[in-house]
Design a protein around this ligand. Sequence first.
Ligand SMILES: O=C(O)CCC(=O)C(=O)O
Ligand SMILES: [Fe+2]
Length: 278
Amino acid sequence: MTPKPNNIPVHPIHFVPSIKTYVTNPDVLPIKGMSYISDFLTVDEQKEIWDTVYSNPFSTVIHRRQQFYGETYYHTTPNISSLQPLDNQTQLDSQNDNVADLKVENGDMKRCWTGKEAPKALPLKLFDSLIEKLINAGFFTKEDPPTQILVNEYSGPMGISNHYDDDKAFGDTIATISLGKPIWLNLQLPERQNNVCKSILKQTKVFLEPGSLFVMQTDARYVWRHGISNAKWIRYPDNTPVRRDDDYVRVSLTIRKLLDGRKRVTKTTTDWLEIPDV
Ligand SMILES: O=C(O)CCC(=O)C(=O)O
Ligand SMILES: [Fe+2]
């Protein structure tokens, strides 16, 4: 066991009663278009979604394991054709090809597709009741429902760099369900609205608890960047230091509508390039 470092950041942590969560900098609130519902899912609903996720294979194309339900969109920053979606029907037809790595870890069945190949789409209908709940809560409409759920599995100190969800690829509403262990989500207002600007005008962290729903629309979607740190140690709101060991697993479901403007690559290449974890 690595000794606890004495430099784990101590943020003054504030409970914000109006959104029922903890943030490190309440002065930046409210952020237009940001919604947080701490108890969106019951414990039974969380368990049901968790079991659905772990009964399906994960893609291992990037460090963080992922699943794509419904329409697909991959990490298209590097133009690698092997990472681009096949048409959805082809994927659904072949979704059980090449499934391997059947492992049991911490009691969970973990199935992965082998190799660095395009992740296959899984059926979105597995999450019909979750989508209905989001529509009933007013975040999407029946006429304009989400078309994709991306599952990200963060185990140990994995994170995701601060970023904007691509505005050509995804609709106006980005909804995130959190399961498993809680995590701090970074929210940053950079001087320039791109993924690399280092000049940060305002920032806060928001504590995402299991069963919670976090939604980004308007400013929270297009003006503020979001991400998760890869720190090995974090502090819970009561200041307890917590080590993100391999069994510290958070699973998130990012629920969005894919737009026709999303990037696609048509040229065929068998080259494999290392993909940064974004
Ligand atoms: O895991 C999360 O809560 C955030 C995931 C995310 O930002 C994304 O997939 O674009
Ligand atoms: Fe995102």
